[in-house]
Design a protein around this ligand. Structure first.
Ligand code: SAM
Ligand code: SF4
Length: 322
């Protein structure tokens, strides 16, 4: 089992398969994707070695992310490979939803269990202003299709003072009749978005109080759960999750490790440049990789330093997948 010196166990792998993205979200890639880094992404065979090794070390859940993972043509194969790995019980995907309506059946057939789709506004014009794409309608149709196929659906919305702060009521209204889990995420500072962050960061703490005061109860976390505090209400078909990376003790329950699309291990979203483990992956050396992962985990720190404005080598989250 992968366990660090603080007793945290790592059941959950976030696997980036590309850093390329077709959207230009205001807080992430406001000028769009710049092809300024190495694009030698891991192949399906390499991903297979990696996931199998993690599974042998106790990982039960893989989340495929990016950049925009659906831009990779071999995404169905990658899903199938993860889903067929002994020990992997849950395969999830985080996507901007651009290809959801067209491809979700194929992804489900390949073994996908759940999907997180990013929707920062339910107002089509505001959605287009945030992402650079007028595609809210197709994304919402894609979500309906995913639900019909039996996938678990979460929706990620980043809270931004100048954009969607007033949308809490419309999000709640949506969740009333739609069985999704809506994750409201506090904007995080990255190397590239300092000014945007200063103008737009809002704490989710007041929303938590609002939920608790209006009959919502807090769900107890599962061992492989993500970082959200989740809330349910008997009158609502869906749930609300709050992701508050600036809250005290956020890192205590960390259960995930990250791998970049080029095969680097990131012990934290806001850490170093990434630790290069590609040679073991490419060689198919599962035993060497296991030993290396266990050794490198010894350097995982207790917490990120975001509260102090330290964002490590993370220029934007498209680099690694959020
Ligand atoms: N392109 C896919 C998407 O947007 O869902 C996957 C990658 S994206 C980096 C993963 C998640 O991180 C998205 O929900 C996105 O909204 C969120 N994200 C990106 N930058 C962020 C930031 N600075 N603070 C908080 N969340 C952020
Ligand atoms: Fe692309 Fe996702 Fe970043 Fe938006 S948040 S620019 S969709 S990687």
């Amino acid at each position: 089992m992968l366990e660090d010196k603080f007793g945290r166990r790592f059941h959950y792998l976030r696997l980036s398969i590309t850093d390329v993205c077709n959207f230009s979200c205001t807080y992430c890639l406001p000028d769009g994707y710049a092809c300024d880094s190495d694009r030698d992404f891991m192949s399906v065979a390499e991903i297979s070695t990696l996931v199998s090794t993690f599974a042998k070390l106790g990982t039960s859940k893989v989340r495929i992310t990016g950049g925009e993972p659906s831009l990779r043509k071999d995404l169905p194969e990658i899903i199938r490979q993860c889903a067929s790995t002994p020990g992997i019980e849950h395969v999830a995907l985080t996507s901007n939803g651009y290809k959801l309506e067209k491809c979700v059946e194929e992804w489900a057939e390949a073994g996908l269990d759940s999907i997180n789709i990013s929707i920062d506004s339910l107002d089509p014009r505001l959605f287009a202003a945030i992402t650079g794409h007028d595609s809210l309608d197709t994304i919402l149709r894609g979500i309906d299709k995913a639900l019909l196929l039996g996938l678990k659906v979460k929706v990620n919305a980043v809270l931004m003072r100048q954009y969607n702060e007033a949308e809490f009521a419309s999000f709640l209204n949506w969740v009333k009749s739609t069985p999704i889990s809506l994750r409201l995420i506090e904007l995080m500072q990255t190397g590239d978005n300092v000014t945007f962050f200063q103008k737009n960061h809002v704490s989710a703490e007041p929303l938590k109080n609002q939920l608790l005061q209006s009959g919502w109860g807090q769900v107890i976390r599962d061992k492989a759960a993500g970082p959200a505090q989740e809330f349910y209400h008997p009158d609502y078909a869906g749930k609300i999750g709050l992701i508050m990376p600036y809250s005290k003790d956020f890192c205590h329950s960390c259960n995930r490790l990250r791998i970049s699309a080029t095969g680097k291990l990131h012990l934290c979203l806001f850490a170093e440049e990434g630790l290069n483990i590609r040679r073991y992956i490419t060689a198919g050396d599962e035993q060497g990789l296991q030993q290396e992962l266990v050794a490198l985990l010894g350097d995982k720190e207790a917490s990120h330093w975001l509260q102090d404005g330290l964002t490590g080598a993370t220029k934007h989250l498209a680099m690694l997948g959020g």
